[in-house]
Ligand binder design. Sequence first.
Ligand code: G3D
Length: 181
Amino acid sequence: MGSGISKKKSNIICVGLDNSGKSTILNKLKSDKEQSHDIVPTVGFSVESFSASSINFTVFDMSGQGKYRNLWEAHYNDVDGVIMVVDSSDKLRIVVAKEELENFLQHNDIKNKGIPILVYSNKMDVRDSLSPSQVSLKLELDQIRNKPWQIFGSNALTGENLGEGVNWLAAQIRQYRLKRQ
Ligand code: G3D
């Protein structure tokens, strides 16, 4: 039974403003053989597939460009988990990131689902960047009532803490599935 669950494909969407580090994170999370060394800048929308923690992830990588919004909103109805990437060194645009997260959480296809939200407080290596608890306060994560969430400080360049985050997400998705069976 366990393997049946872990083999089921999960749809993870990755959200975050442009330049937050989404492409770098996704490339790091891919297995070494799949890893592309030329990171292609995110242009609006791309679909990435990779596996981690025995769960297959399909990732919709979105940029902050509004014109692609309808395209990625179409994938909201079968989403199992969310990765939100925040640039912890960009203290100005974290306000915009908060608005994006708020809008996302209020979306009809999302608001009543208990899907897990993983937040990477990325670029923690940058001097004077915000700590994960500061980012958590700015994003008002404690206002999220009906979804499990967790924030991890990450450095996408070295990969530090990326695995921890994804393991948390994978465990949450398994629990969510078990609850609904
Ligand atoms: P995006 O896909 O969200 O738009 P990218 O973001 O993955 O393209 O990353 C944007 C820039 O931030 C890249 O730099 C990338 O190397 C850098 N970056 C990503 N994660 C980290 C991190 O954890 N620490 C630091 N210091 N930099 C990071 P360039 O210079 O290629 O634009």
